[in-house]
Design a protein around this ligand. Structure first.
Ligand code: EPZ
Length: 421
């Protein structure tokens, strides 16, 4: 079983090149099912979730060539198609449900394993299903699978999401682009990863426009043209390494970032005293001049504070003098890192969706367990703050979404190794 061993207590100083966004790549990969031509994707992070999604596409009927040194993949259509997303692939990567919209739109049928819950919650897909039904799909759940089909073609219509969902927004946009007529979708999520999916589809010939902040209009087209597209930088990875600079009182320059997509994360970091020196639109230096101060935050859909940064900011607040309040309003169970941080000496009290964190002078090293992608990295950040040794188990969670994490941190002076034990 692979583990991470970290001996922290050192200031991290140096440069980190941020990889492409995992959460932008996943829907764009699913969208390639809408194409009959070759698609080239650049700035792709070679992390486990991407490999799993590519396996899923190959399973359905795509030929994929990987250029890992260039972070590039070429996706070609194949004749034979299987319209199934099997449990063994979807169970480890819930984004597999994103093939549902494209398959229904292009081929009129799909069998997609229910993603099942995961550590951070039940992760239902009822919004995906309800909205696709409104477009004419007939969908049943049988033996853990979403059995979906449409007699002729999905019908364009007016949709209004009762609550904001990133994945459901992506699925319905993909379901609509080849759908005759005009689809209007209200109350959509507007994360940068969704904007990147829209720009990818528009470059391929889709007719998509925004009527208002959360209202999108999609006029169906007959086909999408092959193209080459570089995905946006990973704002959550960048935010994670920004916290690494702050928690070790170091100085890290983040390169290959997209400043405009970082503003909500940078604003929160600045609100607790972080210094951010903008070098140009693609790089910024993160450090702190004096002690940080506590904060009160709630996770919200973009442009609010992202839930994917909640665990990381909590690690930072564990060492920030005073009392901080972190409220998780997106997922019902995204505090699994709390018990592990407490084993490292953190002073955190949980009240349902609210974590009350009292800053302590220092954390202790410990043997801890990763539970989900962002909880795992919050333990890495906590471990980097203390001279004592920390061992992190189940690091396959980390490998799902952080490309070359060990190398990137080592480059800034971290004492971190992977062991097989
Ligand atoms: C995406 O997940 C991201 N994953 C998540 O990142 C991110 O935390 C989340 O959006 C919120 O920003 C990818 O993009 C691959 P949602 P998604 O649908 O689409 C409820 C990471 O760490 N909901 O916006 O699954 C849901 O339970 C991952 O990279 C329904 O009730 O999130 C949650 O409470 C973790 N019914 C809320 O909505 C539905 O049909 C937001 O979920 C769908 C969602």
């Amino acid at each position: 079983m692979k583990k991470l061993v970290i001996q922290g207590g050192k200031k991290l100083i140096g440069n980190i090149d941020i990889s492409g966004s995992k959460n932008s790549t996943l829907p764009i990969l699913a969208a390639t099912l809408l194409f009959d031509e070759k698609v080239i994707l650049k700035n792709i992070p070679f992390v486990r979730d991407i490999v799993t999604m590519c396996k899923l596409l190959e399973n359905i009927g795509k030929k994929i060539i990987y250029f890992s040194k260039k972070n590039e993949i070429h996706i070609f259509p194949k004749k034979n198609k299987k319209f199934i997303a099997p449990y063994n692939l979807v169970k480890t990567m819930r984004a597999g449900v994103l093939v549902l919209g494209p398959l229904l739109s292009k081929y009129g049928k799909a069998q997609v394993s229910l993603p099942g819950g995961c550590a951070i919650g039940t992760r239902p897909v009822d919004l995906h299903i309800e909205m696709l039904k409104k477009m004419g799909a007939s969908i049943e759940i049988q033996k853990g699978y979403i059995q979906a089909k449409v007699d002729k073609k999905l019908i364009s219509t007016r949709l209004n999401f009762p609550s904001i969902s990133v994945g459901a927004t992506e699925n319905l946009i993909m379901a609509s682009v080849l759908c005759k007529g005009t689809t209007v979708i209200k109350n959509i999520a507007i994360e940068p990863e969704i904007i990147d999916l829209v720009s990818f589809l528009k470059k391929a010939g889709a007719n998509i426009s925004f009527k208002a902040k959360r209202v999108i209009i999609i006029k169906g087209v007959n086909k999408l043209n092959g193209l080459s597209h570089a995905v946006i930088p990973d704002r959550i990875e960048a935010g994670t390494y920004a916290v690494a600079a702050l928690i070790t009182n170091g100085k890290i320059t983040l390169n290959k970032i997209d400043i405009k997509n970082m503003s909500n994360i940078f604003t929160i970091l600045q609100s607790c005293g972080a210094q951010i020196k903008f070098i140009n639109t693609n790089s910024a230096m993160i450090y702190r001049k004096k002690n940080l101060h506590p904060i009160k935050i709630k996770t919200k859909p973009f442009p609010g504070f992202p839930t994917d940064m909640q665990a990381q900011i909590m690690s930072l607040m564990c060492l920030t003098k005073g009392t901080s309040y972190v409220q998780e309003d997106i997922f019902e169970n995204r505090f699994l890192h709390v018990s592990e941080l407490k084993r490292m000496g953190a002073d955190i009290t949980l009240k349902t969706k609210l974590a009350i964190i009292k800053g302590v002078k220092s954390l202790h090293g410990a043997e801890v367990m990763a539970t989900d992608l962002r909880a795992s990295v919050s333990l890495v950040l906590a471990a980097l703050s203390t001279k004592e040794k920390t061992v992190i188990n189940r690091i396959y969670h980390l490998e799902r979404g952080y490309e070359n994490l060990v190398q990137k941190l080592r480059k800034c002076g971290a004492q971190i190794t992977t062991i097989n034990a």
